[in-house]
Ligand binder design. Structure first.
Ligand SMILES: O=C(O)CCC(=O)C(=O)O
Ligand SMILES: [Fe+2]
Length: 489
């Protein structure tokens, strides 16, 4: 699976490079073959011309007659065999090729980005967004392809906008797709949006251009019926927005907290909690007061980040959601991750120690470091990091140390556009800063869950987002949970 990690997607460029090389080899060998055939043809043609000049003389002369028969029996047979011969060049093996799933995954990521960042197809196809160049101007056939894949992914609303763009860009000399195909595809996507009238109009236009167009003929009658149905019964209520309120606007960077609240937030050095902090104070930024969320700056160096990422790369796999009881791959979280144990490398151990210095919490109850890399439009919908206990069941039984009392997340990269960590209930969005870490408690001091910690990772638009999560559990923190985070103390 490639689409769930930008790091994986980068491998596709290498794969394509080797395919291009292998295609070059194939062409070269075939060119040699064709060149040989050209030479053979010229020789045979020369001989033939001699014969045609005086055919009776040629066919009756025993020497030339022999040559002619010999040519037909042997030379042409050899030539035929040579033409059928495999020159040995094959396109390089295909086991590493991305799959249909990847294609749909990328297209769904694209639809998600359009939703979140309010991007329209016309703008995206122009290659310019938010005053940045994000790619080249797309062509009719490319917009058509994207539209069709969005239809396959049942993202009809977005499909409509891409197919409209394809139709707008279409000209007589647009290669790759006919106007009729675009109109049929648009009509289909529109019909799934309940826009039967416009869908029928397009179908009628197709039939004017091509009265025997089968696809249009097939859809005309059902569309007429649907229009009638819509007139009588109206449309079913629209599917509600799939997103938590606030979430998309927070992802777009608009903080929703009152200025009065923001004015209370401070930055300070933390230097007197542990002996270590005396020598190496931490730069702390209060991000939110109630519940307290803080960001520590410059807590992991570029060198350490490089080490962490290179250890993680070979261990990455698709991220799951759910706890021990029920773990699964889900569209609500498109990223890949790796789990790093303290013993795997000194830098992992150092980071655990640093997390302890930052939080004052015991790492004996911490999970391994989870390193994550997001994919195309990669995101994690709002969720809680804690688990909710089912009747009579323990949370995180395989760890056996209670719930996730706190989360420390290191930002291991900047993200050019998108990729914020947002807290919809607090109206807060935090944008990744390479080298910083964000820390909050998921549980109240009395151990009950704090639902205000609902948070999500916004789709990454441009860049490769890397994070390192350290989840800390309850046991052993009884005398450690610090009140210092609370500004009122
Ligand atoms: O990547 C982020 O910004 C948030 C990740 C997260 O919430 C998680 O992995 O639990
Ligand atoms: Fe989380």
């Amino acid at each position: 699976e490639y689409y769930s990690s930008v790091e994986q997607m980068r491998k596709l460029l290498k794969l394509e490079e080797s395919l291009v090389t292998s295609l070059g080899q194939y062409i070269k060998l075939h060119e040699q073959k064709i060149e040989f055939l050209h030479r053979q043809r010229d020789l045979l043609e020369k001989e033939l011309k001699k014969g045609l000049k005086d055919d009776i003389e040629y066919s009756s002369n025993p020497v030339s007659a022999f040559l002619m028969v010999n040519r037909l029996v042997n030379d042409w047979e050899r030539l035929r065999a040579f033409m059928d011969m495999d020159v040995g060049a094959k396109l390089q093996n295909t086991t590493e090729m991305p799959t249909h799933e990847d294609l749909i995954g990328v297209v769904e990521g694209l639809a998600r980005l359009q939703d979140m960042y309010e991007l329209n197809a016309k703008e995206m196809a122009s290659g310019k967004l938010l005053d940045r160049t994000i790619g080249r101007q797309l062509k009719t056939a490319e917009c058509y392809e994207i539209g069709n894949k969005l239809t396959a992914a049942k993202s009809y609303r977005h499909a409509v906008s891409w197919l409209r763009e394809s139709l707008r860009l279409w000209t007589m000399d647009s290669p790759g797709v006919s106007k009729v195909e675009v109109m049929n595809a648009l009509s289909y996507a529109l019909s799934h949006q309940g826009e039967y009238e416009e869908a029928l109009e397009l179908t009628q236009k197709v039939l004017k251009l091509q009265p025997d167009n089968q696809r249009a003929l097939n859809s005309k009658e059902p569309l007429e019926k649907w229009i009638e149905y819509k007139k009588q019964h109206g449309l079913p209520p629209p599917v509600p927005e799939p997103y938590v309120k606030n979430y998309p606007s927070l992802c777009r960077g608009d903080d929703q907290r009152p200025a009065k609240e923001l004015a209370k937030l401070r930055c300070r050095y933390e230097h007197n909690r542990t002996p270590f902090l005396r020598i190496s104070p931490l730069k702390l930024q209060e991000v939110n007061h109630d519940p307290m969320i803080v960001m520590y700056h410059d807590v992991i160096s570029n060198k350490e980040i490089d080490a962490i990422i290179s250890i993680s790369k070979p261990l990455m796999h698709r991220s799951m959601v759910g706890d021990d009881h029920e773990k699964a791959v889900s569209k609500t979280r498109t990223s890949s991750n790796a789990w790093l144990d303290d013993v795997m490398h000194p830098v992992v151990r150092t980071l655990s120690q640093r997390t302890e210095d930052m939080t004052n919490l015991a790492m004996t109850a911490a999970e391994r470091l989870q390193v994550g890399n997001y994919g195309i439009g990669g995101h994690y919908l709002p969720h809680y990091d804690y688990a909710v206990a089912e009747e009579g069941k323990e949370v995180y039984p395989s760890i056996g140390k209670g719930n996730r009392i706190a989360t420390v997340m290191y930002y291991l990269s900047d993200v050019a556009i998108g990729g914020a960590t947002v807290f919809p209930q607090l109206g807060l969005g935090v944008f990744p800063q390479k080298g910083s870490a964000i820390f909050w408690y998921n549980l109240h001091a009395n151990g009950t869950v704090d639902h205000r910690t609902l948070h999500g990772a916004c789709p990454v638009f441009v860049g490769s987002k890397w994070v390192g999560n350290k989840w800390i559990h309850e046991r052993g923190q009884e005398f450690r949970r610090s009140c210092e985070l609370d500004p009122k103390v």
